[in-house]
Design a protein. Structure first.
Length: 332
């Protein structure tokens, strides 16, 4: 993991929360997580609630913070109960990660009545600052990468677009990503249309869906936008089984362990694997949220105003820069 010390040091200094001040006051901060149920992934990507919570626990170790964690288990009722528990525990600030708008309005009302500030994570909490992804912007990054690849690798050739992922039950985040992908690719290929292949929330289906599509399009060049990294890997398997590596390229969304490998030996994005049909994945860094959000919470507690919305840094990660974003700690 990249060091966050320069970022944390700068924010703490600006908030007058240096070492001397840290010894005088430790802030009690609550974190209500969206859902830590085993097997549940978040926001249509491959990250889990445990990934997000762990980032807060690790980041809190270096800060003047007593962190109290709650699990909303994806339930609006539990989210309200957890907010009440945080108020009862006299937290100085609550970081709320809950997807239901009506519930968030109620939580915001209760926090305001209790005089407790908050930071919303991913989904808005009325009246409080928000930290989260720019889904449309992340989609544009993927679309631009696909369009640029086609121009540089297959200049003048006809290409087809394929969009593969959970499309039927797509919420606003996925809708924004799809819109961004389309906008990004149209910057260089203004007439390209995407054929939708809906996995129905089961990434494994990407294999059979794309294999069937490939058989119906012999010899055609395909630009494939995958909405999650696991779908990208199953699509890659279909391409290899159909021996269409020279015709296809994939850019996915998320950059979770499925694609960068973490401390495992299975790293799809690797400097030694530059021939992969997976060109890259747009990073969302949900496993580092704690390192970004806790310093913002400390600024707010120190009386510094925050913008209404702070956006996650998104970047296309490829074999060329993956070790800069996720160093191979298993090799150190």
């Amino acid at each position: 993991m990249l060091s966050r010390r320069p970022l944390l040091a700068g924010l703490l200094a600006s908030a007058n929360l240096g070492p001397a001040r840290a010894e005088a006051r430790r802030w009690r901060i609550g974190f209500a997580n969206l859902d830590e149920t085993a097997g549940v992934t978040l926001e249509g990507l491959g990250f889990t609630g445990a990934d997000v919570r762990r980032s807060f626990e690790l980041a809190a170790r270096t800060l003047p913070i007593e962190l109290i964690c709650f699990d909303n288990v994806g339930s609006p009722t539990r989210a309200v109960a957890n907010a009440d528990a945080a108020i009862g525990a006299h937290v100085d600030l609550l970081i709320e990660y809950n997807a239901d708008p009506d519930t968030n309005a109620e939580i915001a009302h209760r926090l305001t009545a209790a005089g407790i500030p908050a930071v919303a994570l991913v989904h808005p909490l009325p009246g409080f600052p928000l930290y989260g992804p720019d889904n449309r912007g992340a989609g544009r990054i993927a679309g631009r990468a696909l369009g640029t690849f086609a121009q540089e690798t297959w200049p003048g050739e006809a290409v087809l677009g394929v969009l593969i992922g959970d499309l039927a039950d797509a919420g606003p985040a996925v809708t924004d990503r799809v819109q961004g992908i389309t906008e990004g690719v149209h910057e260089t290929l203004p007439t390209l249309a995407f054929a939708p292949l809906d996995t129905g929330g089961h990434s494994v289906r990407a294999d059979a869906l794309l294999a069937k599509f490939l058989r119906a399009q012999p010899g055609r060049r395909l630009l494939i936008a995958a909405l999650d990294d696991l779908a990208a890997l199953y699509a890659k398997n279909a391409i290899e089984m159909q021996r269409r590596q020279s015709d296809c390229i994939i850019v996915s969304q998320g950059l979770d362990r499925n694609i960068h490998g973490g401390a495992s030996e299975k790293k799809e994005l690797d400097p030694s694997n530059r021939g992969s049909v997976v060109l890259g994945s747009v990073a969302y860094f949900m496993d580092r949220y704690g390192y970004e959000v806790l310093p913002l919470a400390l600024l707010l507690l120190s009386g510094k105003p925050l913008p209404a919305r702070t956006t996650t840094r998104h970047v296309l990660v490829t074999a060329a820069n993956v070790f800069r974003e996720y160093p191979p700690i298993d090799m150190n």
